[in-house]
Write a new protein. Structure first.
Length: 227
């Protein structure tokens, strides 16, 4: 299953109980932003390449601006907490909208995705090809044997890379939904497998969304809102 229709995002988005919102963001060309915390600015300063630093800053600032729209707050006032494996969440604000909000951010190159949901965990992943790698070897190490065999059987190198990336983003979105990330790549036995959908964005990127329980709808929106 694929979600592929991206609409202009609303200026005042609202969470729906059984709906997941996914926002597509272009990071290059973003204006400087003063909403980041001191810790975020310190982390940004550690990037060696200006391009990486600017894109990371743009992704984090956009995340703040986006979540602020949902909870009716100043982006600079948002505070984040981290789960056991580093998955961020909004720190308690005494606000029902904030306490029920779940989100996940992924970015690769100049493309970012943010998934937002009400009361259910989400994971999102986007990837752009980075360098020549042995896709089959990686697939055999991290994906199922069946998935790895399917990828290995593809003779065309371009098609094989595309198939690998689509499998990779689905796998990573699931891990991020569980809150483990790649470092904790074992699905918690007590949790059911998330519902997963492929997100159709401009090639050569690949993207996927994982949700704790199938939602009634996935709304795909473009950032900035109101355009």
């Amino acid at each position: 299953m694929t979600r592929s229709r991206w609409e202009p995002g609303p200026a005042q988005p609202r969470l729906c109980v059984d709906t997941v919102d996914v926002w597509l963001i272009a990071l290059d060309g973003a204006q400087p932003d003063d909403s980041l915390s001191a810790a975020e600015r310190e982390r940004a300063a550690r990037f060696l390449r200006d391009e990486d630093r600017l894109r990371w800053t743009a992704a984090r600032a956009t995340l703040r601006a986006l979540l602020a729209l949902y909870v009716g707050a100043d982006p600079r006032e948002l505070c984040f907490a981290e789960g056991a494996h580093g998955k961020p969440a909004l720190a308690a604000r005494g606000d029902v909208r904030a306490s029920e909000l779940r989100f996940n951010l992924s970015h690769s190159g100049d493309v970012a995705l943010v998934a937002v949901a009400h009361g259910r965990e989400v994971g999102v992943d986007v990837e752009l090809p980075r360098r020549a790698v042995d896709h089959v070897a990686i697939a055999r190490r991290v994906l199922t044997a069946e998935e790895a065999d399917r990828i290995a059987a593809i003779e065309d190198a371009g098609e094989r890379e595309r198939a690998f990336m689509q499998a990779w983003v689905r796998w990573e979105a699931v891990l991020k939904c569980h809150g483990t990330g790649i470092g904790g790549a074992v699905t918690p036995s007590s949790e059911p497998e998330p519902w997963v959908v492929t997100l159709d964005i401009a090639p050569p990127a690949a993207a996927a969304l994982a949700v704790a329980g199938e939602p009634a709808a996935v709304r795909c929106w473009g950032w900035p809102p109101g355009i």
